[in-house]
Every structure is written in C-alpha cells, then in structure tokens.
Design a protein around this ligand. Structure first.
Ligand code: S3P
Length: 424
C-alpha cells in the first residue's frame, strides 16, 4: 500500500476488541462449564487461530459478527486434537495453550507460521517441565513445532526471568491442573488480563506485588464477556493524532488497564494533548480518548513501564522521530523476539525515512525533529511494523510504500480503512 502526508486527521474511531482479552475469552470459555458469550471479539487472524485450536479439541464455537458462543466442556473436557494445532502467527496462542496441553491426558503437537517457528519457547518449556510436563521442540531449537505429552503436574513457585504475560499465563493455566498452588513471580508486572478473567470465571487467582498464584482444580463457569477496544490498536491513532498537524480524534471504548496504558503516560510525558472521558470499569477499565495535535519532545522510557507499552514501542519510535530532542528507550530487549526483530526493523526503515535513530542492545536512541520523507518499507509480515509506518507516512514528504501491509489482518483487519476515513 502507498501512503502520503495527511493534511489533518479528524473524527471518531472505534477500534476493534482487545487481542489479549479475546484470546483468553475463547480459552477460558472452552475450559468452563456451560456457554460463554463474547461480544466485541477481535475477528483478527490471531484470535481465529485460537478458535481453530479449541475446535480441533472438540469445543463447539459459533462465530457470528455479533457474538461468539463457546460451548465449554469444563476443565477436563478437551479431547485429543484431530490434527496438529496451528497457531498461525500467534505467540499468545502458542504459549498459553501449551500450559493447558501440558496437563491433558493426550498427546498433541503445535506449529505455526515462519515467524512463530523462530520465536523462543524455552521460556514456557522450562517452567512447564519443572511442573512435570513432557514438552519438546521437535527441531531441537527451543522453538515450535512442539510435541506435548500430557502428564500429571505439580505446583511450583516459578521466578520468571522476563516480565511476560504469556509466560505467567501459561504457568497459571497449567497450575489449574497441578497438585497444589502454583505461583509465578516476574521481574516487573506484565498485563494481568488472565488473572482478572480467570477470577471472573470462578478460579482463585491472587496477586501480591509481582507474584500471581492460582489454586488448583477451579470450577470455571461460562460467562458473558464484553471485550474492550484494544489500546494497542488505539496507539496508532494516538500517535497519528499527535504528529499530524490540525488533528483531533476521538477514540471510543478503549481498554485502559494500568498494565497496558504506558502509551498514554508516555504520550502525555512527551507533551501530548490527551484527555480521557467516560472512564468506566466493566471488569477491565475502559475509556474514550481524545487526542489533539501537539508539539512533542523527547523523553527516556525505561524500567517498569516497558511491559505496559511493549507492543506500542514501534509507534512510539514514530512519535519520537517527530518530537524535538532525544528519546532513549531502554530495557526493551524483548523487542528482538516479537513477530519480527522490532529494533532492527524500526531502525532500518525509520533511517530510510530520514530519521536519526540507532539501535542498542535493549532499545533505541532517536534524535527527533528531522523532516521525514517517504521510503520503501518491508513490513516483515509484522502487523505492528506495517501500522507504525503507515502513521509515519502521514507526517512525511512524498510517498511511502509498505509491502506486506496485508498482515494488519493479524490484529486489525480494517485498519487502513479506519485511518483513511480520518483524512477526509
Ligand atoms: C501478550 C503478551 C505480550 C504481548 C503480546 C500479547 C498476551 O507478550 O507482546 O502481544 O496476550 O499475553 P509477552 O508475554 O511475550 O511479553
């Protein structure tokens, strides 16, 4: 797709449902007794992969545009998959489902696309093995494809090296089948959607500082889940509204869970004009966000805030490129093992657009304020790269061509249509 400078961005947008919460609704609904009804479910390719995996294990799931109905079979109600489980591009599906599969009375195998086959799985294989799981990387490289032989599991207290909700959730899900309490301590708090939703379905999950614990053998019961809009999708409109002059965008119904709202804190610290309205709590805190064009300045982003904005760092790079002064991003080595190596890819193509950016071991340094110009960008089939560069293009001279832009279907199928509407 080809993009060029926007004169302004004006209007309202409602972003699709949160990806993390949509995955969890399908998984926990499948393990609950009775029917779970999910509204505002994200119909992105990643969440459809989760549906496909649970269908292969005998769960009946009706997917209509209005709602998803999951006919759960209870904690011990999955059947041996009829085929290899294909998680597509979804790291969340791969890592969370492994925690469930580790405890089943059957063998399963799990694979995914080229990106998934390069992403580290040792981070879940290690704690699950400590619990008694029999889980191997078929190619011996600690990546998918994985073969998982269900086994009886023990409760452990796992100290994770990375602040990762996928690792934490994988261990907690396995902990539902363990012989005692399972605890996970992480270096800093990662998103807590699993903890919130597992409690809502009837499990007992406690959180103290950065330790989450779960009691075994919960009775999960089908629930109604209304998924809030995805703040990670809203992030592109937040950034675009700030950097394109004469803009005003109202982003409606966005999840603003404090373990996810780092983009708001960073945007405000950079001088962004952002106001939250209509703040409400429907299990997950939700708000409408008004964004107006602003003169931004560089800041340092590091430490505990990093997990709360990890998926937004590519588009924060774009904001930093348009800000006066230096932005330093540290403690974000995780960017190297996302859908692409997001340090390398952002440095390569923001440089191609004229930005002064260099990569470091755990982040990047951006000297903002240089005029951006159009460039040829390869998305590396990473949805967040494609969306970030389409935002950069709106504030750049000339044309920006993004190849592989169709990968936005992973998390936001109508992204380009919604963005285009605001340029009129
Ligand atoms: C997610 C956790 C994060 C995030 C990913 C979704 C989740 O990954 O980057 O997009 O739904 O639990 P990590 O757990 O690897 O940090």
């Amino acid at each position: 797709m080809v993009f060029q400078r926007a004169k302004h961005l004006k209007g309202e947008v409602t972003v699709p449902g949160d990806k993390s919460i949509s995955h969890r609704a399908v998984m926990f609904g499948s393990l609950a007794k009775g029917t779970t009804e999910v509204t505002n479910f994200l119909q992105g390719a990643d969440c459809l992969s989760t549906i496909d995996c649970f269908r292969k294990m005998g769960i009946k799931i009706d997917n209509t545009p209005e709602r998803i109905l999951i006919h759960g079979n209870g904690l011990h109600g999955l059947s041996a998959p009829i085929d290899i489980l294909d998680v597509g591009n979804s790291g969340t599906t791969a890592r969370l489902i492994s925690g469930i599969l580790a405890a089943q009375s059957f063998e399963s195998a799990l694979t995914g696309d080229a990106s998934i086959k390069k992403r580290p799985m040792r981070r879940i294989m290690k704690p699950l093995s400590m619990m008694g799981a029999d889980i191997v990387s078929i190619n011996g490289n600690d990546c998918a494809p994985l073969r998982i032989m269900g086994a009886p599991l023990h409760g452990i207290h796992y100290h994770s090296e990375v602040a990762s909700a996928q690792v934490k959730s994988s261990v907690l899900l396995a902990g539902m089948y363990a012989d005692g309490i399972t605890q996970v301590t992480e270096p800093t708090l990662s998103r807590n959607h699993s903890e919130i939703m597992l409690n809502y379905f009837g499990a007992t999950v406690r959180t103290e500082n950065t330790t989450a614990s779960i009691e075994p053998e919960p009775v999960l019961t089908g629930q109604k889940v209304n998924v809030p809009g995805d703040i990670s999708s809203a992030a592109y409109f937040i950034a675009a509204g700030l950097i394109v002059p004469d803009s005003e965008i109202l982003i409606k119904n966005v999840g603003v869970n404090p373990t996810r709202d780092g983009i708001l804190k960073v945007a405000i610290a950079m001088g962004g004009d952002i106001t939250l309205f209509n703040i409400r709590n429907e299990g997950e805190p939700t708000a409408d966000i008004l964004v107006k064009s602003s003169s931004l300045h560089g800041i340092t982003i590091e430490g505990d805030i990093i997990p709360t904005l990890i998926d937004e760092l590519p588009v924060i790079n774009v904001m930093a490129a348009c800000a006066e002064g230096t932005t330093v991003i540290k403690d974000a080595a995780e960017l190297k093992v996302k859908e692409s190596n997001r340090i390398d890819v952002m440095v390569k193509y923001l440089s191609a657009m004229g930005c002064d950016i260099s990569g470091t071991q755990d982040g990047m340094i951006i000297q903002g304020g240089k005029a951006l110009h159009g460039a040829l960008v390869d998305s590396h089939m990473d949805h967040r790269i494609a969306m970030s560069f389409s935002v950069a293009a709106l504030a750049a001279d000339g044309m920006t061509e993004i190849s592989g832009s169709e990968c936005v279907t992973i998390s936001y199928p109508d992204f380009f249509g919604d963005l285009l509407k605001l340029t009129r």
